[in-house]
Write a protein that binds this ligand. Structure first.
Ligand SMILES: Cc1cc2nc3c(=O)[nH]c(=O)nc-3n(C[C@H](O)[C@H](O)[C@H](O)COP(=O)(O)OP(=O)(O)OC[C@H]3O[C@@H](n4cnc5c(N)ncnc54)[C@H](O)[C@@H]3O)c2cc1C
Length: 395
């Protein structure tokens, strides 16, 4: 049983079904991809580090996995490998990019001067930057729909999970009118709502509101040939519209698109390219009349997703209490798992890259297969890391 039919839940269901599991996929809305995964276009944006961090390794592996999945979708309508250009928009970013260009191979990314960047993008730009030739944009709902097209997956819309319990080695999920499903394995892929279903786990998931703006394309703006990113991003048109994003609001709980954030997004567009802003007539566009969409990203404090099996927090603290006194100890006691319970969440602003591979990681944990990422990366994403840190730091 998987709760939540966004990218994380749909990918988990697909990875399990591919291994022969029968999956009930519970979703509170009418269809897949109605929350964070519902934007018209998302970018395959690789925010890498030159130091080979766990996050950077996960991003490279996740990018490859997502790209392979996208080959099943219709190019042009559901996604496009048009390339992504990350502009060197200030000195700090330029220095960061110089290090990246030497740390990775040219087929993944390479530095381009301003003229070359303009030739690739088809518009006038303020700077050169890094070009990711195999990246591009994706219509996330199309990827979610494709992932759940499997005879072993039963999508159950309008089913909101309100509480969880464990009876006779099975997980029971209750909704408003009683038990919705019972199963031996439960994967929580419902973003920050995990906190409500599993308060005792105390997982540090935070919601960050974001808004995209939809800009009607015209013959001049349609010359844009690649995604271009600076602080924001703009994509070549899909179904006659460019997606422009995205705002960050750390405090708002409201999902009504706001005029102020449309205005902020237009500012991001001008920073990307005044030429493209002019082609789109941005100076005459009234933010109050723009169409858009707001949703919550779900993030963790270390920016890594939270993926894998989970222990019972209270018993974990008792079992490994010795670590509070001496963090170098390696206690022999077995981990007090919440048997059959797994998490796939915390994908922040890069779910297109990390959520599908995380579905594979969950399936590999469950089936005791070799993991699809190096062990250190899987451990860096492990849901138990926060309870371990709390124990060691004594906070
Ligand atoms: C404005 C914005 C722009 C973004 N741009 C990009 C981008 O360019 N590139 C990129 O890679 N990522 C981007 N992201 C991030 C990306 O969208 C997310 O990382 C990804 O969608 C997360 O997927 P998810 O499945 O974890 O969450 P969601 O898509 O939010 O799915 C969670 C699902 O769980 C369901 N649910 C919750 N609680 C319950 C319950 N109790 N019972 C039943 N169902 C429940 C919800 O209805 C929802 O369908 C952006 C996000 C936002 C908000």
């Amino acid at each position: 049983m998987v709760i939540g039919a966004g990218l994380a839940g749909c990918a988990t269901a697909a990875s399990l079904a591919a291994r022969g599991w029968r999956v009930s996929l519970l979703e509170r809305h009418a269809a897949v991809a109605c929350e964070a995964s519902g934007n018209p276009q998302g970018v395959l944006y690789l925010k890498l580090s030159a130091h080979g961090t766990a996050l950077s390794q996960l991003i490279v592996a996740g990018f490859g996995h997502t790209r392979r999945l996208l080959e099943h979708l219709q190019r042009g309508a559901d996604w496009d490998a048009c390339g992504v250009l990350q502009l060197a928009f200030d000195d700090k970013e330029a220095a960061r990019q110089t290090k990246l260009a030497t740390a990775f191979t040219a087929d993944l990314l390479h530095a381009v001067g301003r003229e070359q960047a303009e030739a690739l993008a088809g518009i006038v730009l303020p700077a050169g930057g890094l070009f990711y030739p195999d990246a591009g944009w994706v219509h996330p709902p199309a990827l979610c729909r494709q992932l759940v097209q499997h005879p072993l997956i039963e999508l159950r819309p309008y089913q909101e999970a309100l509480s969880l319990s464990r009876q006779n080695d099975r997980w029971c999920v209750d909704g408003q009118s009683g038990t919705l499903v019972e199963a031996p394995v439960l994967v929580l892929a419902c973003a920050a709502e995990i906190g409500r279903l599993l308060p005792a786990a105390n997982l540090p998931l935070k919601r960050i509101r974001g808004q995209i703006s939809r800009l009607p394309a015209n013959s001049l703006s349609s010359r844009l040939r690649t995604v271009v990113c600076a602080e924001g991003y703009v994509a070549p048109p899909r179904e006659g519209e460019h997606t422009l994003g995205a705002s960050f609001d750390f405090h708002s709980d409201d999902l009504t698109p706001s005029v102020a954030e449309h205005a902020g997004n237009l500012e991001l567009l001008r920073e990307i390219s005044t030429d493209l802003a002019e082609r789109l007539d941005a100076q005459t566009l009234d933010p109050a009349t723009l169409e858009g969409r707001a949703a919550f990203r779900c993030t963790s404090p270390d920016y890594l997703p939270i993926v894998g099996p989970l222990a019972d927090a209270e018993t974990f603290a008792e079992t490994y209490a010795v670590l509070a006194k001496d963090a170098r100890q390696v206690p022999d006691a077995p981990c007090p798992w919440l048997h059959g319970l797994y998490i796939n969440s915390g994908h922040g602003s890069r779910g297109l890259i990390t959520a599908p591979l995380s579905g594979e990681l969950i399936a590999a944990w469950l089936e005791s297969e070799p993991l699809p990422v190096p062990r250190e990366v899987a451990e860096a994403c492990h849901p138990n890391r926060f309870m371990l840190r709390t124990l060691i730091r004594g906070s």
